[in-house]
Every structure is written in C-alpha cells, then in structure tokens.
Design a protein around this ligand. Structure first.
Ligand code: SAM
Length: 189
C-alpha cells in the first residue's frame, strides 16, 4: 500500500498531466513518509533498473527500494549541492511537497510555504534538463506575483492543480510547470 494520503495526489496529478515517464531522473523535496517516492519509483520503473530518484526530508523514512534518500533540511546552504551530487547529473522532474508545520496563523504559514517554494524553484532551475518539469505545493493565493511570473518565463506551460485527494477545506494547491526552457533562457543571476 501507499505510505501516505499524499500518494493519491501525485497519482491524480500524473494521470492528468503525464509528467512521470519510464527512466526519468527525479528529485523529491519533502519526501517523508515516502508516498510520492513509491508512486514515482513505480511509474519510472526504478525497481527494473530504470531512472533514478533522490529524496530529502527533515524526517527519516523507511527505505524505498532503489531510492537515494538524505535526511536533512533543504533550506541549509549545502543541501542543494549535496542533492545534485547524489543525482550525479541533470533531473527530468523536480517534485516538492515540502510544508512546514502549520502554525494556524494564515499569513505566517503562507510566508513559510512561499519561502520553501522559492527555494525549490531556484533548485529546479539549476538542476533540470531542458524540457523538464517542476511540481510544487503552494497555498491558494501563494503563487501570485514574482513566483508565477518567474515560472512562466522559465517553463512553456504553467498551471495550478487542486487534486480531489486534497481535503476540500484545505488551502493547499499545486503549481505544475512543464517544459523547462533551459538555463540559457533563464535570466538573472
Ligand atoms: N509527499 C510526501 C509523501 O507522499 O509521503 C508527503 C510530504 S509532507 C506533506 C511534507 C514534508 O515536508 C514533511 O515530511 C516535512 O518534514 C517536510 N519538510 C518541511 N520542511 C522541510 C525542509 N526545510 N527540508 C526538508 N523537508 C522539509
């Protein structure tokens, strides 16, 4: 069985958007307890020796066969480079389901999740191969302004997805950016 309810969200998003393909190289940010790792591993054929998956979380996980997992804080300076080393090349897909524990204070939670999303986008820009995809948890109203315009500049298609598997009352939303234009096309430092 799947380790998390989150697994059903990725299944639903992927059934619709078709981002996971056999043999892909994937990074999963905020991977615990490992539902997305299980779904991704199955869909790329990891156990048959196809593709590669690297994951990180603050919390430890039970191993997922074939997945390279690192326990750590993605927001620390060296985490992105360590993940790149573990991957050993470009990624086809960067997933982020990272969420800090909710404080219950809407504004504070919003700021925290935007910060995590910004760092995830920055990482995706550095590691994705041209044509690659980026899927990231945000909160409703959280991808306005810079975040959305940055994604639209760097990816061919950008959309928001609210999976059925997300609780109806949840403010959770995912942003899916497909078709990375490549680093040459990306402006800025
Ligand atoms: N997609 C996962 C699955 O299918 O099992 C569920 C992910 S859960 C909703 C969010 C995760 O983000 C938590 O396990 C949390 O520890 C992790 N997280 C939050 N902040 C993080 C950080 N700074 N670095 C790494 N992981 C983080």
């Amino acid at each position: 069985g799947w380790r998390s309810r989150a697994a059903f969200k990725l299944i639903e998003i992927d059934d619709k958007a078709k981002l996971l393909k056999s043999g892909q190289r994937i990074v999963d940010l905020g991977a615990a307890p490992g539902g997305w790792l299980q779904v991704a591993a199955k869909r790329i054929g990891l156990e048959q020796g196809r593709g590669k998956i690297v994951g990180i979380d603050l919390l430890d996980i039970d191993p997922v066969p074939g997945v390279a997992f690192m326990k750590g804080d993605f927001t620390t300076d060296d985490a992105p480079d360590r993940l790149k080393e573990m991957l050993g090349g470009e990624a086809d897909v960067v997933l982020s389901d990272m969420a800090a524990n909710a404080t219950g204070h809407r504004k504070t939670d919003q700021i925290k999740i935007i910060y995590l999303a910004e760092l995830a986008i920055q990482f995706a820009r550095e590691v994705l191969a041209p044509g690659g995809h980026f899927l990231c948890k945000v909160l409703q109203g959280g991808t306005e302004g810079d975040l959305l315009s940055d994604l639209k500049r760097d990816f061919a298609v950008v959309k928001h997805i609210k999976p059925q598997a997300s609780r109806a009352d949840s403010k959770e939303l995912y942003v899916l950016a497909m078709g990375f234009r490549g680093r040459e096309a990306v402006a800025g430092p």
